[in-house]
Design a protein. Structure first.
Length: 94
């Protein structure tokens, strides 16, 4: 079990029962995003953050699609993780 998954399940245990269905859904999305981010990071490490783009006679370097997606998703992942932590009840907040 990954540390992230364990951390998310620990958060889920602290969430009041009435909020657990939505929290479980968010945690499922977080797990998907974490896996996707890991795959994107691997691709960026292997191929680099920029690529040579050719279209007809034009040729230029641009940010790789994997890098662009990673940068977009990593912020959303952080916000969703913070949002999920916000579902904990005040009395169990730690």
């Amino acid at each position: 079990m990954s540390d992230t998954y364990k951390n998310l399940n620990d958060i889920l245990k602290k969430i009041p029962d009435e909020k657990k269905p939505i929290a479980k859904s968010l945690i499922t999305e977080l797990n998907f995003m974490k896996k996707t981010l890991s795959e994107l990071k691997k691709e960026i490490k292997e191929k680099g953050a920029v690529e040579l783009f050719k279209q007809g006679s034009q040729e230029m370097y641009r940010e790789s699609p994997a890098c662009k997606t990673y940068l977009s998703m990593v912020g959303k992942y952080g916000n969703l993780h913070k949002h999920t932590k916000g579902y904990r009840s005040k009395k169990n907040n730690s």
